[in-house]
Design a protein around this ligand. Structure first.
Ligand code: GSH
Length: 210
């Protein structure tokens, strides 16, 4: 039996999980869901009702994107995305993923849906995102190609889908910002063969009515 991933194509958490699963050459089935009509089979596995959810062929349920990444890389990690585990880089990875999934994700939602967050203008949100996250990330890549050095790591993969979404809100404006290195880094992933596979389209999964 194949592993099964409940996924939503445009969700950055699901993207990072699919990146790791595809990179690790895991044979898995994608069940593309609709957020507004989640299949009962997924809710039974994971009542918290967020994607991604992985059901392994050993019937283990993994319903946090970072856990799915770590599970996939533990099976197979051909380019050593986790090679720096146990060193200072692990702390750096946790720090940046923490900012990404915490304050930056919040700013991303505010930036995407300004009408839902009238207390701050889109300009103010952009300014904050630049200061707490985007400019410091850009600085990290002034001297090497990826966030932890010249080799790609789990950190790059865990956060680029979120930065891509931020850029996508107004890509013209984004490219006028002093984020040259970050833009090149993003482009590298967006144009990669891996990302092309990650963004393949699937029909919506429907549980069979009983
Ligand atoms: N901490 C979770 C967050 C996943 C998450 O929030 N996914 C969003 C989609 S991008 C979701 O499923 N939201 C539920 C909904 O919109 O109903 C993870 O890392 O997997």
């Amino acid at each position: 039996m194949k592993h099964i991933l409940y996924s939503y194509r445009r969700c950055p958490y699901a993207m990072r999980a699919r990146c790791a699963l595809i990179y690790a050459n895991i044979d898995f089935e994608i069940r593309e869901i609709e957020l507004r009509a989640k299949p009962l089979s997924m809710l039974k596995l994971s009542p918290k009702a967020t994607v991604p959810v992985l059901l392994t062929n050993q019937q283990q349920v993994i319903d946090q994107s970072l856990d799915i990444m770590n599970w996939a890389l533990a099976q197979h990690d051909p380019d050593q995305w986790l090679s720096e585990k146990g060193t200072a880089n692990q702390e750096i990875t946790q720090k940046w993923i923490g900012i990404n999934d915490g304050p930056f994700k919040q700013l991303l939602d505010q930036y995407k849906y300004p009408n839902r967050y009238p207390e701050q203008s889109q300009e103010q949100v952009l300014e904050l995102a630049l200061n707490i996250y985007l400019l410091p990330l850009n600085d990290r890549m002034k001297h090497h190609k990826f966030l932890l050095g010249n080799q790609m790591s789990m950190l790059d993969i865990a956060i680029f889908p979120f930065v891509r979404q931020f850029m996508g809100v107004d890509s013209k404006k984004f490219h006028q910002l002093p984020l040259k290195e970050l833009s090149e880094w993003l482009n590298f992933f967006i144009l990669s063969d891996l990302f092309n596979k990650v963004m393949a389209k699937y029909p919506i999964w429907r549980d069979i009515e009983t």
